[in-house]
Design a protein around this ligand. Structure first.
Ligand code: 13P
Ligand code: SF4
Length: 316
């Protein structure tokens, strides 16, 4: 009997399929993506990779908005996600009707949305950005005299506003995972480990970002573990990222930033429940059944593509 991994490898070949995984999913899926010629990356590179691949079928191990972005950029390919209930609090907290009404109230503002949004919200936007690209895109817009309407992540919005000094009106969404990091408990941990560098994803609250040595996207944080001289790191992002960090820097010590106050007992709070829905088993069943296909209305897709393409051109 072949292992689940071997069966997935065989099915990927048979369907001319590629597995594209986010850094937050199960390490076994990350390993498999790389072993089979796919990729493990941040959300921007996942989309770019799918677009440039010769595969007919893209299997997305991540959450729904990542599948939608892949489909927007590769409409001729079939895109499947591993579980169509795997969503994102940022996407859920920004429903298109309310968001569209908000945009209509502020017609003088350039609409910039984070990648963690639905295809409809992207279609309503002028620009789509990722955490890694947001400060530079907003700097560029500010230099061209633009005022910004930003959605959906208020914490990333605050961070970008502070970094750029741009005039930004913020939608009030948040990532349920990064919101759990606690500044006071992190201060206490820093005292216990003064030698550690603190790495923070900018979806975290401002009070946590203020304690960081490095603030950035998942890729930036992995590069920091690899390249910085410290040997101990406190990490404030989803703990799925530890797999890649251990791989690029096997001798460095990684500590999860605290997600609860003093005395709390929580072993894996810093893990996204939707990312955790991605398993080897549902990867195999998705390949076997063709379930969980992403479909997007053509008009929405074309408008969303324009907003994403601006980012791809800007970051090329
Ligand atoms: P990036 O990988 O683009 O930094 O995004 C983090 C995230 O929360 C994805 O869900
Ligand atoms: Fe969304 Fe946060 Fe989960 Fe990323 S980690 S998918 S931003 S809820």
């Amino acid at each position: 009997m072949l292992s689940t991994q071997e069966q997935i490898k065989t099915a990927l070949k048979a369907h001319n399929a590629v597995l594209v995984a986010h850094y937050y999913v199960d390490a076994k899926l990350q390993v498999l993506a790389e072993e089979t010629g796919g990729i493990v990356s941040d959300s921007l590179e996942m989309a770019r990779f799918g677009q440039n691949s010769d595969a007919d079928l893209i299997i997305v191990a991540g959450v729904k908005f990542m599948g939608e972005t892949a489909k927007i950029l590769s409409p001729e390919k079939t895109v499947l996600v591993l579980d169509d209930n795997a969503t994102c609090s940022l996407d859920e907290e920004c429903p298109i009707d309310q968001f569209s009404a908000f945009c209509d109230q502020h017609p003088d503002r350039t609409v910039v949305v984070y990648a963690n949004t639905s295809a409809q919200v992207k279609a309503r936007a002028d620009w789509v950005v990722t955490s890694g690209s947001a400060p530079n895109v907003v700097k560029h817009l500010k230099a061209n005299g633009k005022k910004i309407l930003w959605a959906p992540d208020k914490h990333l919005g605050h961070y970008v506003k502070n970094e750029t000094g741009a005039d930004m009106l913020l939608w009030q969404g948040a990532c349920v995972v990064h919101e759990r990091f606690k500044a006071n408990a992190l201060k206490a941990l820093k005292k216990l480990c003064p030698e550690a560098a603190v790495l923070v994803h900018p979806e975290s609250p401002q009070s946590v970002v203020d304690l960081a040595d490095v603030v950035g996207s998942t890729t930036t944080l992995i590069d920091a573990v690899k390249n910085r001289s410290e040997t101990t790191f406190i990490i404030a992002t989803d703990n799925g990222i530890f797999h890649k960090m251990h791989e690029v820097a096997p001798n460095k010590k990684l500590i999860e930033a605290p997600t609860m106050g003093k005395g709390a007992d929580c072993e894996s709070c810093a893990h996204c429940e939707w990312m955790a829905m991605n398993t080897l088993e549902n990867c195999l069943s998705t390949l076997q059944t063709g379930n969980n296909e992403i479909f997007i209305n053509t008009d929405i897709r074309k408008k969303a593509k324009n907003a994403i393409q601006k980012l791809l051109d800007f970051t090329a």
